[in-house]
Write a protein that binds this ligand. Structure first.
Ligand SMILES: *Cc1c(COP(=O)(O)O)cnc(C)c1O
Length: 406
């Protein structure tokens, strides 16, 4: 006999939750592929993907299978013991990338926290206590812990929480001269998103990443790529650095890595990893067998020529239609991004109104995202059906049409 549960609704949120989020008016209760249903049974198409997380949509059979199989075996043992799914997942990430060593944790912020601590520790061990400066980009986003909001280039996230973490410099993104002027022998790391996600789906220029690589090499600094949003197939390559052909020293992954199950990873080389000796860093849940079993299934499905080629083909479907909608209704100046991380830059007349477009899309049964007030963002499942793309973009066009004719 099942225990009857008290009904809850959106209004409960304001009674029981800390008010740091402003969730939509409906509550999703079920998903399958790229469709989601709310409490009232209304169906929506999901082009938001849980903010670039649900990389294989909802309830993908391979992920449900991996989760339930592992759930019946072993959930958690702590890092006092290692476990089979973690070791298998580490092998797979290493085989597929530049990396030789992996550290698992639970969120993007934690992976970046580990990356920044590693970069400072390597510099400390090799060059002494004066080499600790981290250079990051304005408008970048690296997570919400105190260290990561300080490295992130948006002061609205770091102001008002007491003293800032020092030794962090911000430079304009895609401006190589500014980076050159900022890097010195005190620099321990340059931290970049290959595509600024939260900052507006803004891709790095190839020459910028190449220049950053050269500056790091010339100054004994490490190049850190935050691929929390761009990684795991999102760009059409497993990681965006592979698209650019510029190899970092440290890479962080989260979001899509678990396809909806919380897991993150920091990838690096052995000569750097060896500086995190026993006791220097850790986390209770990191590399938990349940999370690693799911991530292993994610990488097995995604890291195949069919799925990665599919991302590029679906990219073309999205871009062609979004450009047409943008022109027809005069709302976008540009559709940018790689693979299935797309940003539509609003025209002057629509600047600041991404939230209105988000709301209009929701009224038509479509979940999308913003990336700041001026960019409408799409981060759908990498295996979204072409028919769902068609239907979702029909809904999007209806939303835009009603908004522009209102
Ligand atoms: C989402 C995001 C993070 C933070 O990840 P959390 O899992 O929310 O901690 C860090 N960096 C980038 C680029 C992100 O998009």
């Amino acid at each position: 006999m099942s225990v009857e549960q008290a009904p809850v609704q959106r209004a409960d949120f304001d009674q029981v939750m800390v008010p740091n989020y402003a969730p939509a008016a409906f509550i999703p209760v079920r998903g399958a592929g790229s469709r989601v249903w709310d409490q009232s049974g209304r169906e929506l198409i999901d082009f938001a993907g849980g903010i670039a997380v649900n990389v294989l949509g909802h309830a993908h059979p391979a992920l449900v299978g991996a989760l339930t199989e592992q759930a019946n075996k072993l959930w958690h043992v702590s890092n006092v013991f290692t476990n089979e799914p973690a070791l298998r997942l580490a092998h797979k990430l290493i085989d597929a990338t530049f990396a030789e060593r992996v550290f698992f944790c639970n969120s993007g912020a934690e992976a970046n926290e580990a990356a920044f601590k590693l970069a400072r520790r390597v510099a400390f061990d090799r060059f002494g206590s004066e080499k600790y400066e981290i250079i990051a980009a304005l408008n970048s986003f690296h997570g919400r812990t105190l260290f990561t909001v300080n490295v992130g280039g948006q002061s609205k996230y770091s102001d008002g929480f007491g003293p800032k973490i020092t030794g962090i410099t911000h430079v304009p993104f895609n401006d190589l001269d500014a980076l050159k002027a900022a890097v010195s022998d005190k620099t321990c790391a340059v931290v970049l998103e290959p595509i600024q996600g939260e900052g507006g789906v803004l891709p790095a220029e190839l020459a910028y990443l190449q220049g950053a690589r050269d500056l790091c090499d010339a100054n004994n600094a490490l190049l850190v790529f935050d691929e929390v949003q761009t990684g795991m197939g999102r760009s059409g390559e497993l990681f965006a650095y592979q698209h650019y052909g510029v190899v970092p020293d440290i890479l962080t992954s989260a979001k899509s890595l678990g396809g909806g199950f919380p897991i993150a990873a920091m990838l690096t080389r052995e000569d750097l990893a060896k500086h995190l000796v026993v006791g220097t860093h850790g986390t209770t849940y990191g590399g938990n067998p349940l999370a690693c079993a799911v991530a292993e299934a994610v990488i097995d499905v995604i890291n195949t020529p069919q799925v990665l080629a599919g991302v590029k083909a679906k990219h073309d479907l999205f871009v062609a239609r979004l450009e047409q909608i943008g022109q027809q209704y005069g709302i976008f100046t540009e559709v940018r991004g790689l693979g299935l991380l797309l940003g539509c830059v609003l025209s002057d007349a629509w600047k600041g109104k991404a939230k209105d477009i988000f709301n209009a899309a929701e009224r038509e049964g479509l979940m999308i995202l913003q990336a700041g007030p001026d960019v409408v963002r799409f981060a759908p499942s990498l295996v979204v059906e072409d028919a769902d793309i068609q239907e979702g973009l029909d809904r999007f066009e209806r939303a835009v049409k009603k908004l522009t004719q209102a």
